[in-house]
Ligand binder design. Structure first.
Ligand SMILES: CSC[C@H]1O[C@H](OP(=O)(O)O)[C@H](O)[C@@H]1O
Length: 349
């Protein structure tokens, strides 16, 4: 296991002749095993169960799930495939509530299906899913360049959760900025929060960085305050799952606390997300649906129960950071310092 330094980033989502091939992120870093989804329902289950996770990766996977849907529905009932197709996309939309990329990608697929005649629909939908995937990788590479330009040479940075090739179509959002900045010699060291309870940082971000030879030090989530107080990092760099029209940011639980700490300690706070993660239909962060997952995710660690029987848990897996705590929002259309409603509207213009 493991690859020599400088290895190319992984591809969490691959479209193959056999179906939608997903690297099972529940098993990393100890096992690299792929799951193949051949139906929309299997794809929805893979998103719901976090075989594939990360806002952009979820959108890309769901787009390919829609291709699986049209193929199956046309084979089942060529004359009335559209009803079943719509139901399949509803099932994909119900898989997870917070990452807006899921709904953004499915809306693109619904639009293509509505405009296509029966015969051309499968090919048109596959082309759209591939475009969504390719656009995401291009956006991440662009954001990598734009975000890295803010990071002063010799910086140490802290990142939260996993926002790399595993969370996207490839390269990554916040971790894409860190990858690009590292290659440009701007980053001296990366600190990564373990990101309880699902451990995206400890299991996924560390795996991506180690396999590329990028120095990473894991910290307990609770150590972030001491790290920032000690002046050990210059930037906190995170991703997003949904950004409201006023710039409020929903991201992995713990992000809001990091933003408060960063502002208190004069550390700059960067959010990196493609414009497909901005939801202009949501006025502010208070209206963003926050996913709550099973209590067991908190009551266990790496699959082993750590809490006594009888203990309950509260497990919201996202929180909302007010736009006022964000120093710069990096998107593929440009970087917005001190993001606000007007700046977001200009960005989307
Ligand atoms: C590139 S956005 C990744 C985003 O998704 C993560 O959530 P999850 O692992 O639950 O899908 C986290 O919020 C990351 O910032």
């Amino acid at each position: 296991m493991g690859t020599s330094p400088g290895a190319e980033p992984v591809q969490a989502v691959r479209w193959t002749d056999d179906g939608l091939r997903l690297l099972d992120q529940r098993l990393l870093p100890h096992e690299e095993r792929y799951v193949v989804c051949r139906t929309a329902e299997e794809t929805a289950a893979a998103i719901r169960d976090m075989v594939v996770r990360g806002a952009p990766a979820i959108g890309v996977a769901a787009a390919y799930g829609a291709v699986l849907a049209v193929r199956a529905r046309q084979a089942q009932d060529p004359a009335r495939w559209r009803e079943g197709f719509a139901a399949d996309l509803d099932r994909l939309a119900a898989a997870r509530p917070t990452a807006v990329n899921l709904f953004w990608a499915l809306a693109r697929m619904r639009r293509v299906a509505a405009q296509a005649d029966d015969a051309e629909a499968p090919a048109r939908l596959e082309a759209e899913a591939r475009a969504i995937h390719e656009e995401d990788v291009a956006a991440n590479r662009r954001m990598g360049e734009l975000g890295a330009a803010f990071i002063e040479p010799g910086s140490a940075v802290l990142t939260h959760c996993n926002t790399g090739a595993l969370a996207t179509g490839g390269h990554g959002t916040a971790l894409g900025v860190i990858r690009t900045a590292w290659r440009q010699g701007r980053i001296r060291e990366v600190f990564a929060d373990e990101t309880r309870p699902w451990l995206q940082g400890a299991r996924l971000t560390a795996w991506e960085l180690v396999r590329e030879g990028i120095p990473v030090r894991l910290i307990a989530d609770a150590a972030a305050a001491a790290l920032l107080a000690a002046g050990r990092v210059r930037w906190v760099v995170v991703g997003a799952d949904r950004i409201a029209a006023n710039g409020d940011v929903a991201n992995k639980i713990g992000t809001y606390g990091l933003a408060v700490l960063a502002r208190h300690h004069g550390v700059r706070f960067m959010v990196v997300a493609p414009t497909s993660t901005i939801d202009p239909g949501i006025a502010d962060g208070g209206a963003i649906p926050i996913e709550t997952r099973a209590a067991d995710e908190v009551l266990t660690a790496a699959g082993r129960r750590v809490a006594p029987q009888g203990a309950g848990a509260w497990n919201p897996v996202f929180d909302v950071t007010p736009a006022g705590l964000v120093d710069v929002l990096v998107t593929e259309r440009g970087a917005l310092e001190r993001p606000d409603r007007e700046g977001i509207a200009r960005l989307l213009g």
